[in-house]
Design a protein around this ligand. Sequence first.
Ligand SMILES: Nc1ncnc2c1ncn2[C@@H]1O[C@H](COP(=O)(O)OP(=O)(O)OP(=O)(O)O)[C@@H](O)[C@H]1O
Ligand SMILES: [Mg+2]
Length: 250
Amino acid sequence: MLKINNLHASVEGKSILKGINLEVKPGEVHAIMGPNGSGKSTLASVVAGREDYEVTEGNIIFEGEDIEELAAEERAHKGVFLSFQYPIEIPGVSVTNFMKTAINESRKARGLEEMPAKDMLKLIREKSELLEIDRKFLSRSINEGFSGGEKKRNEIFQMAMLEPKLAILDETDSGLDIDALRIVANGVNKLKSKDNAVVVITHYQRLLDYIVPDFVHVLHNGKIVKSGTKELAHELEAKGYDWIKEEVGA
Ligand SMILES: Nc1ncnc2c1ncn2[C@@H]1O[C@H](COP(=O)(O)OP(=O)(O)OP(=O)(O)O)[C@@H](O)[C@H]1O
Ligand SMILES: [Mg+2]
């Protein structure tokens, strides 16, 4: 589904990613961990196609297609979803209306008609129940005055509605209380299928107790310096990152 080959990327002339190789297959869950500033969010942004990031070497293949030249929107329409570490506020646009627009935009890009209002309502009801999101929340302006946990929940709701092939969740656990963490993680688990894949970026092993990854990768200084199974996350929690830095001689 996703194949990243020797990816180098820079921001404002500063080299950040220095040769990333990563393959994500359908049905898999990958976790990316690593110290602050190691390039995790940059990697997510580059895959999603955010502007400001320049790919200087290597490529990103999504479903057999090199997506480097595609705009973020086009990638989203192909099924790439990225949650935001720092979500934006849109005053006057409710959570529901934002979702309706997003879904219909995506359908339009794929040559489909707008979703009938009845179906849309049904979908919203279904997904908000799945994620235990209440009615009042759906009519609020998107991210305006949202608590950290509400923002995160909103992101997962967007993901649930859009049903992406590849979901990249950047620090979805930060700011979630224990109950919200469980709800969000359960939501992600329920949305998992053999056809889609999830990449979770997290600092804490705790999230991975709920969303169990098939693979864990450690990013350090723009490179994946170690990959393993979920045991690697436990090891990191116990030993910190210095151990890895020593091991790779960084
Ligand atoms: N738009 C930007 N302008 C300048 N520097 C940037 C920009 N985006 C990222 N960087 C730099 O790139 C490096 C990697 O940042 P990135 O956000 O990818 O790290 P991260 O691994 O996600 O860290 P954290 O765990 O703190 O979220 C940092 O040194 C950061 O300052
Ligand atoms: Mg980050």
